[in-house]
Design a protein around this ligand. Structure first.
Ligand code: 9Z3
Length: 312
C-alpha cells in the first residue's frame, strides 16, 4: 500500500525557498492568464531521496534532464509560455547546447596587452545565433519561469504549488511530467539526523513507497488541464501494459512510454483511444533532429483537439 499524499505533506516541511517560488509561480501564471496564453508545466530531471537529515548520502533517480530541457524550447516555438520545474543543476533549455567545454571551444581570445577581447569563432556564430535569439526572446518577454528541486519532498511541494497556480488556465494548461520521480523514500520521521556511521555493521535502510501525486493532481488540483505523464521501463514486454495501467488508473489524457535504452529515438503514445509510436529514422538522427521536436508537435496537436471540446 502506498502512503497517502496528504500524510506526506503533513509530515514533510516545505523547502526553505518555497514561499518565494510559490509567489513567482502565482505572479507568472496570473500575468499570462490575463493574456489568454497557453501554458505548459514541464517537470525535468530526477529527484533525490536523502538518507540523513544532515545529508551526506542520498539515493538518486536516473535522468539527465535532456528531454525536459529540449521540450521547453519546442513548446516556446509553439507559442506556449513555460514553467520549467527542474532538478537543480540538470540540463536547462538553451544552455544545454553549450555544456561542458563546448562553449569555451566556441570562443576566441585575442590578447593584445590591456585591450584583450573575446569573440565568437566565425563557424560557431551560425550555431550560437539562433539559440541566443530564442533565449533572449523568451527571457525578455518573460515567457519562461525556472524553478528547481532536489529532493522528492521539494518536488512534491513545488508540483502542488505549480498545479494550483495553473488551475486558472482551465484547458489551456498542459502538464508534461517528464521528471523521473523516486518511487521509494525514507520518511522524515524515520531518518537519522546525522551521518550514518560506517563502523561495525552495515545499516539496514527501510524504504517506503512514495504516494502517487497523479491522483490528486488530475482530480483535485488541475481537473480541466491536459495532463501527460511519462513511463520509463527497461523491459520492452511490459512497456505498453504499464502505460495503459497508468492511464486507466489516473484517467488523465496521455501516457508517453519509453525504454531506457532507446529513449532518444523511439517513444510510444498511449491514449484512451489507441497506441502509436513515434520513431526517429537513422537519417533524421544523422541530420541532428531531436525526438522531442516530434513529441512536442504531437502533444500540441492533441492539446488543440482537447481545447476545442472543452467548456473551460
Ligand atoms: C521519462 O520516462 C523520461 O522520458 C526520461 C528522460 C527520464 C527517460 P532524460 O532526462 O530522460 O532525457 O535523460 N520520465 C518518466 C519517469 C518516471 O519516473 N515516470 C513514473 C514511472 O515510470 C510515472 S510518473 O513510474
Amino acid at each position: 500500500m502506498s502512503s497517502h499524499w496528504e500524510e506526506f505533506y503533513a509530515t514533510h516541511l516545505p523547502p526553505t525557498d518555497f514561499e518565494d517560488n510559490r509567489k513567482l509561480l502565482q505572479e507568472f501564471c496570473e500575468r499570462h492568464n490575463r493574456n489568454n496564453e497557453r501554458i505548459v508545466l514541464i517537470t525535468s530531471g530526477g529527484t533525490t531521496v536523502p538518507l540523513e537529515h544532515n545529508t551526506v548520502r542520498f539515493v538518486d533517480n536516473f535522468s539527465a534532464g535532456t528531454r525536459g530541457a529540449a521540450s521547453a524550447e519546442y513548446y516556446l516555438e509553439h507559442g506556449y509560455v513555460v514553467i520549467f520545474m527542474h532538478r537543480l543543476k540538470s540540463l536547462e533549455p538553451f544552455t544545454r547546447h553549450f555544456n561542458g567545454q563546448k562553449f569555451m571551444d566556441m570562443l576566441e581570445l585575442h590578447e593584445r596587452g590591456p585591450n584583450t577581447t573575446i569573440t565568437v569563432k566565425p563557424d560557431s556564430v551560425d550555431v550560437l545565433a539562433p539559440i541566443l535569439a530564442s533565449y533572449k526572446a523568451a527571457q525578455e518577454n518573460g515567457r519562461i519561469l525556472y524553478v528547481s528541486f532536489t529532493t522528492v519532498s521539494d518536488y512534491f511541494w513545488l508540483l502542488r504549488a505549480a498545479s494550483e497556480s495553473l488551475a486558472q488556465f482551465g484547458s489551456r494548461a498542459l502538464l508534461f511530467l517528464v521528471a523521473a520521480v523516486s518511487d521509494f523514500y525514507v520518511p522524515a520521521n524515520q531518518m537519522p539526523t546525522h551521518k550514518i556511521q560506517s563502523g561495525g555493521t552495515a545499516p539496514n535502510i527501510q524504504l517506503q513507497l512514495v504516494p502517487k501525486l497523479l491522483a490528486p493532481l488530475v482530480n483535485l488540483w488541475v481537473p480541466h488541464a491536459f495532463v501527460v505523464s511519462f513511463k520509463l521501463e527497461t523491459d520492452e514486454s511490459i512497456l505498453i501494459t504499464k502505460c495503459r495501467e497508468a492511464l486507466n488508473k489516473y484517467k488523465h489524457k496521455l501516457v508517453i512510454g519509453n525504454m531506457l535504452q532507446t529513449r532518444r529515438t523511439r517513444v510510444v503514445f498511449v491514449t484512451p483511444e489507441n497506441n502509436y509510436e513515434l520513431v526517429l529514422s537513422q537519417q533524421q538522427v544523422h541530420n541532428g533532429m531531436e525526438i522531442e521536436e516530434i513529441i512536442v508537435s504531437n502533444v500540441v496537436a492533441n492539446h488543440n483537439d482537447y481545447i476545442k471540446i472543452q467548456k473551460y
